[in-house]
Design a protein. Structure first.
Length: 467
């Protein structure tokens, strides 16, 4: 169990390793980086994520010294490096198209930079040995690049970049050339190596899962600016804009107009549960695979699960089946309700909807969506409810939930571990719901053209201002 969480960005005393201060980079009259200010801390694994052309490589090239900022400053350990040449910076950059010397062995490729620096022979040997061990290439030291696999070549390039023990390693799409499985394995190796060496890594990727897997923080970029910087869990669970919500993972964006809900008066008349209401899901006793199998509610997708495993389990312990993951700080919705009329074991009922937040009018003929976690200052505004598909339940009968939508299954994407249902809601809006295929026959009864009910809690979505 980690007793202290690595989060120097929350520590006002922490000195950043890198500071971008109002950095602008123009090429002619084109602005590639637009007045960017950002701190990055020692030992961070910082990921830059964004569409092609948003300025990721330009930012890295300025750090490495291949480009100079048009305006602003870049500091390394408090010192302006704007005019320090690349080879005088404690920074190494590994490019997307790294090239190994084909005629040199793995060993000699790794030793190359050290020899150029005319280091003593035994020092070079010791360092190369250490790098070989770190990247698990000991057995391949004498092979030529064409005699090893793509993943191994990638590790040689990494070992070569780390050999000079840079303070900062810049990785520009380092895994782009690898196939998916190898890429995933290499991601874990990268994390391992980063931890063992204590080097600060900045990685550029256009693959959001990769960024979420490896990074301590993710910066989402758009047109030369950083739109949001946060830990992967916050980026996923609490995006600050429709752009970020839409860029990271799969999301339903439901547009409507917000209306503030009364903060403390009792919620409006409860709907009587319909006779066909499902029984409550079994109360999970322990996070065993059996309880996963029994669970009938929505499940997080693999990304969400991986994030939980990576980030939250050291803090909160193992996966707890009946506690939906909610990262935004506890809202009124989660506050314990005094004098609840039901016994603790009773299923959640519509009258349990916490007060406050927003209601969203989104489609004529449809009940307003209740978002108890919505910010009441958005009253009267055009808003977007960002709702992750794994937060929606799907059932053939109307569940007893704060928000229910009736629709028809148009498409089903079966992905083995999960299925995504594309449901057309009455009125024409398409909504995706994702369910884990934990039980072999579960949900097989839901098929194309079926009438279904989608349901979600009053805090399942994030209410964002429409841009
Ligand atoms: N040397 C250059 N001259 C002119 N325009 C450039 C140059 N380098 C990059 N750009 C432009 O700056 C923008 C950002 O490029 P880049 O940083 O490579 O984006 P990314 O790495 O995010 O795909 C792009 O529109 C690109 O065309
Ligand atoms: Mg690039």
């Amino acid at each position: 169990m980690a007793d202290s969480v690595f989060a120097p960005w929350n520590d006002p005393e922490a000195k950043p390793l890198i500071q971008f201060k109002g950095v602008t980079k123009r090429f002619g009259d084109f602005t590639a980086i637009d007045d960017l200010t950002q701190n990055i801390y020692e030992r961070e694994f910082f990921a830059l994520l964004g569409p092609s052309g948003c300025g990721k490589t330009t930012l890295m090239r300025m750090l490495a010294g291949f480009e100079e900022p048009t305006e602003g400053q870049i500091l390394l350990n408090g010192v302006d490096i704007g005019h320090v040449p690349p080879n005088k910076r404690a920074v190494n950059m590994m490019f997307q198209s790294y090239a190994l010397f084909p005629h040199l062995s793995v060993y000699d490729n790794i030793a190359f930079g050290l020899r150029r620096e005319k280091k003593p022979k035994d020092e070079i040997h010791a360092r190369v040995k250490e790098m070989l061990r770190l990247t698990r290439l000991d057995r391949f030291a004498q092979r030529k690049p064409h005699q090893i696999s793509g993943g191994q070549r990638q590790r040689v390039a990494l070992a070569r970049s780390l050999a000079k023990a840079p303070k900062l390693l810049l990785l520009d799409e380092p895994l782009g050339a690898l196939d998916k499985k190898l890429r995933e394995e290499t991601q874990f190796e990268l994390m391992d190596i980063q931890e063992k060496t204590g080097t600060t890594f900045i990685i550029v990727t256009h693959d959001q899962e990769e960024a979420m897997t490896v990074a301590s923080r993710v910066a989402v970029m758009d047109e030369g600016r950083i739109v949001q910087v946060a830990t992967p869990d916050v980026i996923y669970e609490a995006p600050n804009s429709v752009y970020v919500a839409d860029f990271i993972g799969d999301v339903n964006l439901i547009r409507g107009t917000a209306r503030a809900r009364p903060a403390d008066s009792p919620p409006e008349a409860a709907v009587e549960p319909t006779p066909e209401t499902k029984p409550a899901p079994p109360k999970a006793t322990a996070s065993t695979s059996a309880s996963i199998a029994e669970r009938t509610g929505p499940q997080p997708n693999t990304l969400g699960r991986a994030l939980h495993d990576k980030l939250l389990s050291p803090i909160f312990g193992k996966w707890i089946e009946d506690e939906p993951r909610r990262l935004p700080p506890p809202s009124a919705a989660e506050a314990p309700r005094a004098a609840a009329p039901q016994t603790p074991a009773a299923p959640p009922r519509p009258q349990d909807i916490p007060p406050g937040g927003l209601e969203i009018d989104w489609s004529t003929g449809q009940a307003a969506i209740i978002a108890a976690n919505g910010d009441p200052v958005l009253d009267g505004e055009k808003v977007v409810l960002a709702l992750r598909p794994e937060k929606l339940g799907i059932a053939k009968t109307r569940p007893d939930a704060p928000n229910t939508l009736k629709g028809k299954v148009i498409d089903i994407a079966y992905l083995g571990n999960i299925s995504t249902y594309h449901v057309e809601i009455e009125g024409g809006v398409m909504v995706k719901a994702q369910a884990a295929n934990t039980r072999r026959i579960a949900r097989r009864d839901i098929t194309w053209e079926d009438e279904v009910w989608l349901s979600f809690t009053a805090t399942a979505g994030v209410v964002l201002k429409d841009e």
